[in-house]
Write a protein that binds this ligand. Sequence first.
Ligand code: NAP
Length: 470
Amino acid sequence: MGNARIGLVGLGVMGRNLALNIAENGFDVAVHNRSTEKIAEFVSNAGDLANRLVPSETPQDLVNAISSPRAIIIMVQAGGPVDATIEILAPLLDKGDMIIDAGNANFHDTRRREAALREQGLSFIGMGVSGGEEGARFGPSVMVGGKGESYAVIRDIVEAISAKYQGDPCAAHLGADGAGHFVKTVHNGIEYADMQMIAEVYGILRDMQGRTPADIGALFEHWNTGPLQSYLVEISARVLGASDPETGRPMVDVIVDRAGQKGTGRWTVIEALTLGQSASTIEAAVAARSWSAAKDTRIAGEAILAGSAPVAGAPALADDDLQAALLAAKIIAYAQGFTLLQAASEEYDWSLDMGRIAEIWREGCIIRSAMLNDMAAAARAGLPHGQLIFAPGFKDTLIKSTPALRRVVAAAVLNGQPVPAFSAALAYYDTMQRGRGTTDIIQAQRDFFGAHGFERVDGGSDHHGPWAMG
Ligand code: NAP
C-alpha cells in the first residue's frame, strides 16, 4: 500500500487541473488515465508539483499507490464512461474504500451508483465541481453528496482545494447520495438563465438601439461595479471588448449565433417538471439555445415572415431600465432555482441548507456574484413562505425594479425582439403577486369534460358544476 492521500482517474481538462490543485495544497495524489500515454506527459509537464504526483500505469497501480481507506476521484465524461471506470475500480478496492464522481453526473445515476456500491461495502460520493478549468486549478465551488462520514475522510482535501469567500471554503456536504450532483445541476440551470438574460439585454442594445459591442461592453463593465457585480457580467464585458485578431472586427460579430449545451440545463427543467415545479426562466434559456441551433430555419424565417415590423408605442428604454430589469429577472431566476432545490430536498429527504448552498456559490463557481452573499443572508434568516422573492431586501428590490422589467419586456415585444427569459421571469412574478388567478376556469373546464370535481371558495372539495352531460 502506498502513501498517496487520494487517487484521480481522468486526466482531461478538469482532471489535470484538479490533480495539480490537490498537489499544490500539499497532498500526494496518484493519477491514472485510460489513454496511458497522457499520464507521463501530464506528470512531466507538472513542474515542481510532479513530486506530489504518483503516475499509475494501471488501475491496480493506482489502487496500490493510495493509503487506506482509499479515496479515488473519477473525472471523466458523464454517463457510460463513469460506469465503465467504476466497473474497473470497484473489484480492486477493499470494503470502506471510496469512489468520488466529480463530473457533471445526472443525480439519478449518482443515486443508483451509490446504492450499488453501498451493497459492495464501498462508499460513493457525488461531487459537483463548478468553475471550469480555472476553478479546478485554483479553487472551484464544490457541492458534495453522499454519506457524511465518508465526506469526513476527504473533507480536509476538498476544503483545501476549494475557492474561499473571505476565508470560508466554498465546499460543503449538502445531503445524501445525489444531493451534490442535483445542486450542481440546478447551479448550471441558473447559469443558463443568467447567461440568457445577459444575452437578452445585449440583443436589445444591439438590435433596438444600434449600440456597438464596445459600447455595450463598457456599460456591462460599469454595471459590474454595482448590484449586478458577477463573474458572468464581468466576462461578458470582456468578451464584448475583444477584437478578432484575423479581421479586427468585434469578436462577437464573427461568432455564429448557435449555442451549444451539454444537458445540465435540460436536466434542471426535466426535474422541475417532474417535481411539479416551475423553472420557467431556466426553461426559456434552454429553449433559446435549442432554437438558436435552427440557424438555417431562422434565416429562412427572416424572409418568409418578413422580419419583425415594430408596433408603435414602445416605451423608450434608458440604460437604468435595462440594469433594473436584469436585476429583477435575475432574482426571479434564482428564486425559481431555490424553490426547485427545496422541492427536491423534500422529495429525496436531503435536508438541503439553502443558506449554505448560496454561501458556497459566492466564489469559485460560474454564477458567483455579489447578490449571492445577500441571498445567503436571506436564506439564513428564513425565507418567508420559502420564497426568495418575499425576503426582505429582495422583495424591496423587486417592487422597485419590476416596473423597469415591464417596460423592457413591453418595448422588446412591440419591437419583435425575443426576450423569453425576461418574459418568463415577469410572468412568474405576476403570478406570485396575485392571490386569485385564473385556474378557476381551468378547474371548471376539467370538471366539464372529465368530471374531475373542484373545490368551492365557500368550502368543500369534489363539487361538480351544473353542466352534466345529456
Ligand atoms: P475531457 O477534457 O473531455 O476529458 C475526458 C476524460 O474522460 C479523459 O480523461 C478521457 O480519457 C476520459 N474518458 C472518456 N471516456 C472514457 C471511458 N469510457 N473510460 C474511461 N475514461 C474515459 O472532459 P472534462 O472537460 O475534463 O470533463 C470531465 C467532467 O467534468 C465531465 O463530467 C464534465 O461535464 C465535468 N465538468 C467540466 C467542466 C469544464 O469546464 N470543462 C466544468 C465542470 C464540470 P481518454 O484520455 O482516455 O480519452
